[in-house]
Design a protein around this ligand. Structure first.
Ligand SMILES: Nc1ncnc2c1ncn2[C@@H]1O[C@H](COP(=O)(O)OP(=O)(O)OP(=O)(O)O)[C@@H](O)[C@H]1O
Ligand SMILES: [Mg+2]
Length: 288
């Protein structure tokens, strides 16, 4: 399919940077999230996204990744959830806990959700237009759109097509492009690679790296795909049962036998959770 090859092939080498708000350090300290007042889905999460970095948050189903994103973006109340402890800050003195999603977005933090990232009944161009709703400055919008088409040329070609008919990869691109229309300083993507073919994932990761380098945007990638996360991130957190169980640079994590065994599928044995990886081996590596 043309769309699957054109992304990488049609890359522009020197996309201009459109000045957006400057990224700041995102810092989560001892964050606890409770659903329905009883179920604790995040326990004392400490996590940092330093300005201008790509950070990975890796974990399997139900680990608490989306919950952590909701805590940052303010999308908790609609889920009958709340941050019951801890602090989240974006730059000096900017506290995010208790703020509305709209307020958080105005700080430059924009999330690409796992589901419902595009309006299926609207065209690609209409989706992008809605992405920038609320932003003033028409010329700025047009420039922004050109920059985005530079990263995702297929979206220009598909402009009049209904978003509902896009392939999975194109839909993810449109979700990211919509988020970029809001000029984020921190972009958070929930399950970037879910359901996509390896080549598409590779192309998307390359584009994310370019956006990070050329636009200076900080990126938090939330993933179940360890190989993809380790490839693209400056630093990675591994989450399980609501806790960060491991953190390190991709190099440090790749060297660990427990990570290879469970997350990179190099152990040959089926393990359901990181906690089941042979404890003696884990302990030896953990402290060694
Ligand atoms: N709206 C909700 N109400 C109650 N419990 C929820 C809600 N959303 C998530 N949970 C629970 O919180 C825990 C963490 O879920 P979360 O969606 O954050 O995990 P995840 O790491 O994003 O998983 P996945 O990879 O499957 O998306 C799970 O036990 C889940 O059942
Ligand atoms: Mg999730």
């Amino acid at each position: 399919m043309a769309s699957e090859t054109s992304t990488a092939d049609a890359m522009v080498s020197d996309t201009p940077a459109v000045p957006g708000p400057r990224p700041r350090d995102l810092v989560l300290e001892h964050v606890e999230v409770t659903y329905e007042g009883v179920f604790l889905a995040a326990h004392g999460v400490n996590l940092r996204v330093p300005a201008g970095k790509i950070i990975g948050l890796l974990g399997s189903n139900g680990a608490g990744k989306t919950t952590t994103l909701r805590a940052i973006s303010g999308f908790l109340r609609s889920e009958r959830a709340a941050v019951s402890n801890g602090t989240i800050s974006y730059g000096e003195g900017v506290r995010l806990v208790g703020r509305s999603p709209h307020w958080v977005a105005r700080q430059g933090i924009v999330v690409v959700p796992e589901r419902d990232k595009v309006f299926a009944g609207l065209s690609v161009a209409e989706n992008l237009k809605i992405g920038s709703a609320g932003t003033r400055n028409r010329t700025g919008k047009r420039e922004r759109l050109e920059v985005i088409y530079g990263y995702f040329p297929i979206l220009r070609e598909r402009g009049t097509q209904k978003a509902g008919y896009l392939s999975g990869g194109e839909r993810q691109m449109l979700g990211i492009a919509r988020a970029l229309m809001r000029r984020p300083s921190l972009l958070m993507i929930d399950e970037l690679s879910l359901g996509l073919a390896p080549k598409i994932i590779e192309d998307l990761l390359e584009i994310m790296t370019r956006i990070n380098e050329e636009q200076g945007t900080s990126i938090l990638v939330v993933e179940q795909n360890a190989a993809a996360t380790l490839d693209v991130s400056d630093f990675v957190y591994i989450m399980e049962s609501g806790r960060i169980v491991l953190e390190g640079t991709p190099g440090e994590l790749r060297d660990r036998a427990d990570v290879q065994e469970f997350y990179l599928g190099m152990g040959g044995q089926e393990v359901r959770s990181y906690g089941e990886v042979r404890p003696h081996r884990k302990a030896a590596r953990w402290w060694g």
